[in-house]
Design a protein around this ligand. Structure first.
Ligand code: SF4
Length: 339
């Protein structure tokens, strides 16, 4: 069975918070939301999908779903439940904030076919959460994660890199803690400075300086290494190129790259290979280097615009590089050989 998300964007609805980095309407690419149009959106989407062979998950994204007006939330979940009961969709996933999770909300989600809760955790450092005016602390996130897992929902942890006051170590520790809290998957969002946000003012005043692309890639790859080591699926790295975002519209600073995910994973692979290549430097000179990897990983090892391949060729003076898939190699692992 194929899995597909049917995304319905709920931008900033009911969110009284103003996290410094957030301009939700820009991020979601949807400027307004009309709840009566949801059925049409679902119906049009389903016409394009082979529902017999596809597990469709209705995904309420873009805002803090469990914080919206309770009547609206029940209305939307009620529609979702109708489609689930008719067998047209399999389940619901939604994104929300840790402080909008409690026992009563989880009761409602459980009875309306919600399977997956994506939690916008962003950081597990109280210093960073406070600098971002996030409105809750890390303990709130710990409590929400535990409740979600105890109730048997799938938990996706969303976190950010390069937030104000955040260091690479803060981000690495956030990833470690998310793993220990039992997340089933992660999303990593490098911080962008959007126009109209408090972060834009901070940037203009000089109190926030975004890292350059290389540093941002390195920091995000450091976070990714935690999830890769623990075999936790990372379902997204970087914002999606939605309308009004792909052309950098609305981004004042920060390095938006449509290929951020690929760049980060390639950097992760390069960082894994470096110590090994250094230890073999004399032996591999002038030889053919053979890298065995898991299925589907060749292009990530070669690197975005062949950066990894060129670096190895230039810095290690190998004659040629062959990258081969092998069935028995686990995702993100490699075996390096030469002849
Ligand atoms: S809680 Fe979410 S939607 Fe609300 S301001 Fe913060 S990031 Fe934006």
């Amino acid at each position: 069975m194929r899995h597909i998300n049917l995304p319905i964007f709920i931008p900033h609805l009911g969110c009284p918070n103003d996290c410094v980095f957030c301009n939700q309407r820009k991020i979601s690419g949807t400027m307004c939301f009309n709840k009566s149009s949801v059925r049409n959106e679902i119906d049009s989407f389903l016409k394009t999908v082979d529902t017999e062979n596809t597990e469709v998950q209705l995904a309420f994204f873009g805002g803090s779903f469990t914080g919206i007006d309770r009547e609206d939330m029940l209305y939307l979940l009620g529609i979702a439940k109708e489609y689930i009961d008719k067998g047209l969709i399999g389940s619901v996933r939604l994104s929300t904030r840790p402080d909008y999770i409690d026992g009563e909300i989880l009761d409602i989600l459980e009875t309306h076919g919600v399977k997956t809760v994506e939690l916008g955790i962003q950081s597990m450092s109280d210093k960073v959460l406070s600098a971002c005016k996030r409105g809750h602390n890390a303990d709130t996130s710990r409590r929400a994660c535990r409740m979600i897992k105890e109730r048997g929902f799938e938990l996706i942890g969303q976190m950010m890199t390069a937030l104000p006051c955040s260091t690479a170590e803060d981000e690495y520790n956030t990833a470690l803690e998310l793993v220990s809290l039992g997340i089933d998957g992660a999303r990593i969002y490098p911080t962008m400075v959007f126009s109209g946000t408090v972060l834009e003012e901070m940037y203009k005043q000089g109190s926030y300086l975004p890292p350059d692309l290389d540093a941002l890639t390195e920091r995000t790859a450091y976070v990714f290494s935690v999830f890769a080591r623990m075999q936790i699926p990372v379902i997204r790295i970087g914002l999606q190129a939605s309308d009004g975002l792909g052309d950098s519209d609305g981004i004042v600073a920060g390095c938006y790259e449509a290929a951020m995910g690929e760049m980060v994973i390639s950097r992760y692979y390069m960082n894994r290979m470096l110590p090994l290549l250094n230890s073999m430097k004399d032996e591999i000179k002038g030889k053919d280097l053979i890298i065995h990897c898991a299925k589907g990983e060749i292009s990530k090892i070669i690197g975005h615009k062949q950066t990894n391949k060129m670096k190895i060729l230039n810095e290690y003076n190998v004659k040629n590089i062959k990258i081969l898939e092998k069935d028995d190699i686990m995702l993100y692992n490699m075996v390096i050989d030469y002849n």
